[in-house]
Design a protein. Structure first.
Length: 128
């Protein structure tokens, strides 16, 4: 496995344990509620020469479209809490030497995600 897939797999396992079924790679079919991780960009040698690279990931969290808007918003708000399960699960996971640490640095696209089929949010994650 590649280092990037290893990191996404560790994140997915931590999030699934915390209560959000999460896939480490893009899926052809999803069954919300769930999360999908993907690598989006990276920079080499940012910490030290030949040190850990800085990689950026997206965690797209989607809810079933069958939820009422109020219920969907309450669920998303709970996941967005600073001390919430998503941030804690990713930041306290053990990355087995694949990276030094991971940080959930923000969120965006609160509302319609994934081709306007689902209600959800995208979390931005950085590893070093």
């Amino acid at each position: 496995m590649s280092r990037l897939l290893d990191i996404r797999t560790i994140m997915a396992a931590a999030l699934t344990t915390a209560g959000l079924k999460t896939f480490p790679s893009v899926q052809a079919v999803i069954n919300p509620p769930c999360g999908v991780l993907r690598s989006v960009s990276g920079n080499w040698d940012t910490t030290l020469p030949r040190g850990f690279p800085m990689d950026k990931y997206e965690l797209t969290v989607v809810l079933p479209a069958s939820l009422s808007p109020e219920e969907a918003q309450r669920t998303l708000d709970d996941w967005l809490e600073t001390a919430g399960k998503i941030k804690a699960a990713i930041e306290t996971a053990t990355y087995a030497g694949k990276c030094s640490y991971a940080r959930v640095v923000g969120y965006r696209n609160y509302g319609d995600v994934v081709l306007d089929q689902y209600i959800g949010v995208i979390f931005d994650i950085v590893t070093y």
